[in-house]
Write a protein that binds this ligand. Structure first.
Ligand SMILES: O=C(O)c1cc(C(=O)O)c2c(n1)C(=O)C(=O)c1cc(C(=O)O)[nH]c1-2
Ligand SMILES: [Ca+2]
Length: 703
């Protein structure tokens, strides 16, 4: 029992040395990806291939938010700490589930309209006697780990802009490092470091240049400026460039390099963000969609590798960054691995940033491969929508082939487990695009273009193209060793263990254990809700636990047609921490019935011109949260079933008056006129009637 070594009994709490040796500290889980290498592999093996059949629920805890739950819990000395939707924090006794304390940063409800992809939070960092939390409204907060009391609080972003924080901070040598999101709205991305003791800002690293004259910018940004149209960049609040660092980081202590994953361009459509002489998109736009190595003590640039030069499809490189050492072509290599949204699995030399190899881990049509000499994609010109100006169906779509859901690595199998999926997207460049940084997506594409009509055959066909899978990827051979098919996209993050197991929750509302060697399903638990967060494992008094925060949500759950989601698997949000151990006998309460409100809209009487205005405005302002075509997202209210559809006044009280702002539905006054708000109601009524007719026809056909 080495817990004494790690218990911080000297009064210092969590030290830099403890974070460096987190791998040996199997009892605890003290950093987001368990170790700085972010492998999410625990050597614990009490729960293993032979014993996993006895795994049962030890305890559970219901959460007080019903939105996407994406957090990785931290565990230290028998206590478990987690974050929930709306950036709340809760502490539990890790063995009994007794609640120790909770903290609510009271993020204003209206902040939800600044978040592209649900009001999620992915977790905490710890150091000394503190926990560190990034909040949706852009604050970094230090909490006393024992009591949950606020030690210090710092606003890290310009809160007049649409910056949000959803990612987990990391701590390196007493510096708390955090980025932010907002590249669907117009912000300029950066990552910054703060002193763990008092929150003083120590450095700030911008990922894209500022626009205008770059002369006094640091050298790496001057170099980046050569890859942008610097007259257009920053010319309006909507063209901040993007490049947000909203999720992944990793650290190599030997090389003393911090790796950050950089996001998409803002706006997405490069023709508006960085036009060339002919008005179509031009330039690589560094450091968008790149992995950048930074010196963590100073924030100094060291190297970068750009996965998608001139990105225009929301192809972020913010996906999980994982470090490992392995032999490739007979040579030991220190590699960095990533499966970014663009569908290729990359193996990079993490000392130099040099490209080693890349192969597609899902279906890809935007590029035929990556040129090994240059490390650049060989593009399909038809999908270069910022050049053609024409719509194109592109795979992967804006949610990627893999999103934020963490991967895991097994050093014994030398496999990377990828929570992958397929969901293409129609990118239709928006002519005469005008930004609105106050509300709605600012991406330069018509987001209503891909709406699926109320036609059973069509809907079936589109649903058939959506796929979700667990891919066991061999990073040396650059191909899958095995694949498990799930009911649909958007399955949970992963954990691999020394017991030869891989744990994953699914869109099918299961929490499963698979054999790490061959993908055989060895154990399954009915979770009653879609699970998107990654599991962790730890021990208390020598007994191994596996914990996962269940609760459906995030970008796919909000922004994809709810009927298509439900055709793959019936799914809803029941937010709950589930904790398992061998012989656990706790039981969940019975699953509540899945019941939709009736689909009973008023008759559609508005003229076609009004409905057309409503459709355009809905696509721009409503679809990203309430789903395309108003086909009820699986987390937020289904507008086709809203009582307020009956009354222009009630509808307006919400959309203009902000009656539901505390729930996240901010007022859209200033962005939408009264006439437009009423036109949106007319559009939703029309959509509801179409879908009611479709349901009735399906019932008749079934008889
Ligand atoms: O560009 C950005 O700044 C940004 C931020 C976030 C975020 O912070 O959650 C997401 C994305 N982009 C994004 O593109 C995306 O697919 C996504 C999914 C999710 C999620 O939590 O489900 N967040 C985000
Ligand atoms: Ca994005």
């Amino acid at each position: 029992n080495c817990s004494g070594l790690f218990s911080g009994a000297d009064g210092e709490g969590v030290t830099g040395a403890m974070l460096l040796s987190a791998d040996a500290d199997t009892a605890n889980w003290i950093s987001h990806g368990r170790t700085y290498s972010e492998q999410r592999y625990s050597p614990l093996d009490q729960v293993n291939r032979d014993t996993v059949g006895d795994l049962g629920l030890a305890w559970f805890a219901d959460m007080d938010t019903a939105r996407g739950q994406e957090a990785t819990p931290l565990v230290l000395d028998g206590k478990l700490y987690l974050t929930t939707a709306w950036s709340k924090v809760k502490a539990f006794d890790a063995a009994t589930g007794a609640k120790l304390w909770e903290y609510d940063p009271e993020v204003p409800g209206e902040t939800a309209v600044k978040a592209c992809c649900d009001v999620v939070n992915r977790g905490l960092a710890t150091y000394g006697d503190k926990l560190f939390l990034g909040t949706l409204d852009g604050r970094l907060i230090a909490l006393d780990r024992e009591s949950g009391a606020v030690a210090w609080e710092k606003v890290t972003v310009d809160q007049s802009k649409s910056y949000t924080i959803t990612g987990a901070p990391r701590v390196i040598d007493g510096k708390v490092i955090i980025g932010n999101g907002g590249a669907e709205f117009g912000v300029r991305g950066f990552v910054a470091a703060y002193d763990a003791d008092d929150g003083e800002q120590l450095w700030k690293f911008y990922t894209v240049p500022e626009g205008g004259d770059p002369e006094d910018a640091p050298a790496y940004l001057q170099k980046a400026a050569e890859t942008w149209n610097m007259d257009v960049l920053g010319s309006s609040d909507a063209i901040g460039g993007g490049g947000t660092v909203w999720d992944s980081m990793a650290y190599d202590p030997d090389l003393d390099l911090l790796y950050i994953g950089v996001g998409n361009g803002s706006p997405w459509n490069r023709a508006y963000r960085s036009p060339g002489k002919d008005g179509t998109g031009e330039g690589d736009n560094l450091y968008l969609s790149s992995i950048v190595a930074v010196r963590p003590s100073t924030g100094e640039y060291v190297w970068h590798y750009q996965t998608t030069p001139g990105e225009t499809w929301d192809y972020t490189a913010t996906q999980h960054i994982m470090l490992a050492d392995m032999e490739i072509d007979g040579r030991p290599r220190k590699v960095l691995m990533q499966a970014p949204k663009n569908g290729f699995f990359y193996v990079i030399d993490r000392e130099t940033g040099q490209f080693i190899s890349a192969k597609p881990y899902v279906s890809v049509n935007w590029a035929t491969g990556i040129d090994p000499k240059t490390g650049r994609p060989i593009e399909n010109p038809q999908t270069r929508v910022d050049k053609t100006g024409k719509p194109a169906l592109v795979t992967p779509g804006a949610l990627g082939g893999h999103n934020w859901h963490p991967m895991a690595y097994s050093p014994t199998e030398n496999l990377v487990y990828i929570p992958a999926f397929e969901a293409g997207m129609m990118y239709a460049p928006e002519a005469d695009w005008k930004p609105d940084t106050a509300r709605g997506f600012n991406v330069g594409f018509n987001l209503g273009a891909g709406d699926v009509p109320a036609d059973e055959g069509f809907r079936k066909q589109v649903a058939g193209t959506l796929k979700g899978m667990l891919v066991a990827w061999d990073p040396v051979a650059q191909k899958p060793r095995w694949t498990v098919e799930h009911p649909g996209p958007w399955n949970g993050g992963l954990l691999a263990t020394g017991g030869g197991l891989v744990f994953q929750g699914t869109t099918g509302s299961e929490f499963n254990a698979y054999d790490a060697a061959n993908g055989k399903k060895l154990w399954s638990f009915a979770a009653q809700t879609g699970v998107v967060a990654p599991p962790v494992t730890y021990t208390v008094n020598g007994e191994q636990y596996v914990a996962v925060l269940a609760g459906w949500g995030g970008a796919y759950a909000l922004s994809v047609d709810g009927d298509l989601i439900k055709r793959k698997a019936p799914v809803r949000n029941i937010s709950r921490l589930l904790v398992f151990k061998l012989g656990g006998t706790a039981k969940l309460p019975p699953e509540p019935a899945l019941a939709d409100l009736p689909l009973d809209p008023p008759p559609s009487t508005a003229p076609a011109e009004i409905i057309a205005v409503g459709q355009a405005k809905y696509g721009r302002y409503c679809a990203v949260c309430h789903a395309p075509g108003a086909v009820g997202s699986t987390v937020l209210p289904d507008l086709r079933r809203a009582g307020s559809l009956e009354s222009a006044q009630a509808w307006n009280a919400v959309v203009e008056g902000g009656a539901l702002k505390d729930n996240g539905m901010a007022s859209f006054a200033g962005s939408l006129s009264q006439e437009e708000i009423e036109a949106i109601r007319a559009y939703v009524i029309k959509r509801a009637n179409e879908d009611k007719a479709l349901e009735a026809a399906k019932k008749v056909a079934r008889r």
